[in-house]
Every structure is written in C-alpha cells, then in structure tokens.
Design a protein around this ligand. Structure first.
Ligand code: SF4
Length: 369
C-alpha cells in the first residue's frame, strides 16, 4: 500500500483534536523515553509541550551532536526558471502573477555555477517552477550534465515526475529530490492550488513512492507553514516520513521548515507560526527522529538562524538568490519569495564557526560510492 492509500485513513479533525488534547504528563512521558513513537511526536508538538521548550532544546542539541557531530552542511539554491503553469495562492512565480519569465540558457547556467563555485559551494539545489513544456525532463538532464563536473551533490526542487523520469535523472547524476506537499489537508489543498497539474493532490502525495522505487539517494518532505494548522499538517508529514523510512529504508531523508514569506502573490496567512513554535517543532522532529537531516533556508531571520544552529538543524543555505540568473546578474522583483537573511556566505560561516561548529561544503564524492 502506498502512502496515498495510507493517508486516506487519517482523519484531519480527529488527529487535530488528539494533538490539542495532549497533557503535560504525555509530554513528560515522551521526553523520558529512549525510543519514541508517533503518539510521542504528537505530544511534543502540542501546546502542552510549550513549557518544556528548554528541556526539548537541550535534548535535541545532545541527540544532534551525538549523531552528526559539530558540523553544518552548507548548500545553495540555483534558480533555473521562474516559468510556471500552476496557480498557487502563496507563490511569486504563480501563473497569475505578472512578472517577466526567464529560463536560463546553457551559458547562463554555467555563469551562475561559476559564481556559486567561487562562493565555495559544492552542494547545489536546482529550483524551477512547474512548466513541463519549457523545463521538463530533457531540460533537467541537460542542466545536470552541465553542472555535474562542478558540484559533487546535485539536488532538485521541481515538478513531480514519473518513476522512469527520475531513473533517467539519477543515471545523469542526480542525488536528491525535494518535493513538499505544502499541506496534507486534502479538502483545502484545492483552495491553495486551484489550477495546473499541482492541483492533483493524489499525484503529488504519491511522488515520494515513485522516488523510492526509482532508487533515489535522498528525498525531502515538508509542509509550507501558514496554509493550515501547522501542528496537524506537520503530524501528517511525520506519518509520511515514518512510512517512507520503513518502506524505502535505503534512502536518506531530509525535512525543511518553510514558513510563508511575503511574495508577489500577496497571500494572507491563515495560521501564523511563532519563532518559539518553530523551535519547538524542530526539536520535536530531532527527538523523534535521530537520523533525518533537518534543513533551514534563508527565509528565516538572521537572529533566528544564528540561534537555531545548535538546536537540531544539520543543513543550511546562505547568500541565496531566489530569482533565475540572480547570482551572475542580479535583478529586482523576480524572486519566488523575499529572503530574510541576506548575509554573505563569509559572514554566515563566521557565525557558525563562532558557535564551535564546522561548516561543511563538501561531504561526499561520487568516486567514493
Ligand atoms: S509553488 Fe511551485 S508550482 Fe506553485 S506557483 Fe510557485 S513555482 Fe509554481
């Protein structure tokens, strides 16, 4: 049974009620265990866990340091295209947002790569909108072929693809695929994704199963916080992650924590997640799952990112541009969303080092596989 079938047995309202009815005793029990289950995860993300934040932060710090050491993996996004055939209510690349559309040529991709390499990065995340005709599998294959000689780790965050298409990209040198469900609330998913292929909830939620069958090295899951009740949404995501780890145990996993940022679509947030709540969530995931990579982008503020380094995050971006061509040729008003932490790589690396951590730009090589 794939997760698409599993999720149909999960009831949003009863899960929400169960999370909000957790007590201090449930949280204490969860924190005292050595191996935790999804009921413990519910307790740790519940409002009842808020007074335990300090304890959770210390535990999360210890577990992360034991498993990952004092290292932070550095990566950078490379936006290849802002063309998109979908309407998403929260995105600056949405089809109904009037911005100039750009898809990078081979020369432009290599120009971006040159700037990024000079900044020291070796892990690159290729990002596009979802425009199958202009940025489809052939475009991705070509981009990976161009970039593979320059980067040891290539990840993509693009439209969901078929299993065979993923296999083709893996053969070309693709290492990681990030696909976020945005919200697991099936009823409301359609409101946030009214037009285009992304409006198909079932196809999107089935993507990680296709990736698992294709044999991807690492895949990422996540929720876009702000669309629906964050506690319930993230619980569904934890169910998804748990299912995937059991089913595709040879694959590695990554989790991201994007909170909605202002963008050209001008969406109003339905659920606001505070900084404290985001810390609670990151710690809850780490305490629940010692192996998963926890990743953070430049959507968050300088002070938040400074403080989160020790609390469970293991992978982080810096100095990011979210407009295609933005490294070699910066332009205004083409971003997918506004970034909050605009510090240079050097500045951010100093922050990491001052906290006694080592920023890692390269952690593996194909030659060692
Ligand atoms: S979130 Fe993705 S699919 Fe939706 S409009 Fe933005 S780029 Fe397109």
């Amino acid at each position: 049974m794939s997760f698409k079938e599993n999720v149909s047995f999960l009831n949003w309202d009863s899960i929400k009620e169960s999370i909000y009815s957790k007590t201090s005793a449930d949280v204490r029990r969860a924190l005292s265990k050595s191996k935790r289950d999804l009921e413990d995860f519910k307790a740790m993300i519940s409002p009842a866990a808020e007074p335990f934040l300090e304890e959770m932060a210390q535990l999360s710090h210890q577990i992360t340091q034991k498993r990952f050491g004092k290292t932070i993996q550095m990566y950078i996004p490379l936006y290849l295209s802002n063309e998109c055939q979908n309407i998403c209510t929260y995105c600056g690349f949405s089809l109904d947002v009037k911005i100039p559309r750009i898809t990078l040529s081979d020369e432009q991709i290599l120009a971006e790569a040159e700037v990024i390499k000079k900044m020291g990065y070796d892990h690159v995340l290729l990002v596009t909108g979802e425009a199958n005709r202009t940025v489809g599998v052939e475009y991705f294959k070509n981009a990976i072929k161009l970039l593979k000689p320059h980067f040891s780790h290539i990840a993509i965050e693009v439209q969901p693809l078929e299993e065979d298409e993923y296999k083709e990209l893996i053969e070309e040198g693709l290492n990681t695929v990030l696909v976020y469900q945005e919200t697991y609330n099936k009823e409301h998913y359609k409101i946030h994704h009214p037009k285009g292929r992304k409006s198909n909830y079932d196809y999107r939620i089935d993507t990680h199963d296709r990736l698992g069958r294709a044999g991807i090295h690492k895949m990422g899951v996540g929720v876009l916080f702000g669309l629906e009740d964050w506690r319930t949404d993230t619980y569904f995501c934890a169910e998804h992650l748990t299912y995937l780890e059991k089913t595709y145990w040879q694959t590695k996993y990554s989790l991201s924590f994007p909170r909605l940022r202002p963008c050209a679509s001008g969406i109003e947030l339905k659920s606001i997640m505070s900084d404290k709540e985001l810390v609670q969530l990151i710690c809850a995931y780490r305490i629940y799952n010692e192996e998963v990579e926890l990743s953070m982008s430049t959507r968050e503020s300088e002070s938040f990112r400074n403080n989160i380094i020790k609390l469970g995050i293991t992978s982080i971006s810096a100095d990011s541009k979210t407009d295609p061509g933005g490294y070699a040729n910066p332009k205004e008003n083409l971003e997918q969303f506004e970034i909050d932490d605009a510090r240079s790589t050097e500045e951010f690396v100093e922050v990491i080092k001052k906290q006694g951590y080592e920023p890692v730009f390269k952690d593996w090589d194909h030659a060692l596989q």
